[in-house]
Design a protein around this ligand. Sequence first.
Ligand SMILES: Nc1ncnc2c1ncn2[C@@H]1O[C@H](COP(=O)(O)OP(=O)(O)O)[C@@H](O)[C@H]1O
Ligand SMILES: [Mg+2]
Length: 417
Amino acid sequence: MGICWSAKGKAVNPTFSATTSGGCSGVNFRSTSKGGSGLSSGSSSRASSTSMSQTPRSECEILQSTNVKRFTFSELKTATRNFRPDSVLGEGGFGSVFKGWVDEHTLIAAKPGTGMVIAVKRLNQEGFQGHREWLAEVNYLGQLSHPNLVKLIGFCLEDEQRLLVYEFMPRGSLENHLFRRGSYFQPLSWNLRVKVALGAARGLAFLHGSEAKVIYRDFKTSNILLDPNYNAKLSDFGLAKDGPTGDKSHVSTRVMGTYGYAAPEYLSTGHLSAKSDVYSFGVVLLELLSGRRALDKNRPSGEHNLVEWARPYLTHKRKIFRVLDSRLEGQYSLVGAQKAASLALQCLAMEGRLRPSMEEVVTVLEQLQGSKDTEQKTDSELKAHAQSFSEGQNPRRRSLEAGGSVKVAYPRPLPSL
Ligand SMILES: Nc1ncnc2c1ncn2[C@@H]1O[C@H](COP(=O)(O)OP(=O)(O)O)[C@@H](O)[C@H]1O
Ligand SMILES: [Mg+2]
């Protein structure tokens, strides 16, 4: 299949893909196998009871084996009040996400405002690539369960319609919290930023771990969703990929991801590894620390690319304050800021082997959160935030003004960043 260009909306950090291949033969996902018998089914995490086996799975196998609900299109139409434009929660490159309601026990469409709130993603892109991404989400989120991954409730596959039904994440994406200006989005405090970074890091560490061995491939602020207590959950598994098997350090694949977040070696060679995700994590950590977008054409020249601009400052302990978000002043200690900046710098190492593993990142962030370097006032901050964040706002305006990340396909070689 040819190279597909999309010009939907304005993209702050457009997602790119190099090529798309035709036919369904390329769909090749692994299956889960149950291990360990003594685990409670009520556990919030299937992390230790589920492992991804190396057996390739066909589309039929994925759809048949998943233990999430299969919805009809008409059910989801009812649940979202016919996909009402004013209930759009956000927009990504592959579709819009709508708010809906279902009965929490039967999962049957419920009256708005009653039962359980759900988020319904409706793919608006036709063709193989959209289908592949949809199937990747069903495959991975249908099998993996962890407190830092968004929960997939169900899916719909009917004629040309492809939808995904997730648990609703009331605080929306980290992107909105970091970059939206307005009274509803108070700047996130230092403590909350550390909390969000830690939650997202745990999600990635779980994916990279021996149970799952999955590379997420599209780690960025718009794919990190927040629950009422600012627990971070990774969503959007459309680009997730099985990690390497055996002794291999990487998988070779077409280059896909989002400008500003993709690791340099992945961009230049197509070699994808868990360390590619670590690089993207470094970019997000830098966004958290600086309050700046990974790519921002509205900044003065020389400051468009956050990593390039910040790197020289991060290597000098006393210069890191030039990078730190001025809205965080007085909330962090010198030592805490230096630790966080040094962690970001390590994740952003040009060579993958020099980057830490996500397990190591989690350890450092746990120390940062537990230390006196970060004051323990998260609970009172949560309350203060809860007052400043209302669900009553117009979600459509929120998502559109946030710029949304629109996936765009680009030919290789990729334009320089
Ligand atoms: N479960 C959810 N709860 C609340 N908002 C969501 C949820 N899922 C997605 N969104 C919103 O929709 C946006 C796009 O969703 P995403 O899954 O990333 O779509 P895409 O695959 O098209 O990029 C997110 O950035 C977020 O603002
Ligand atoms: Mg997305």
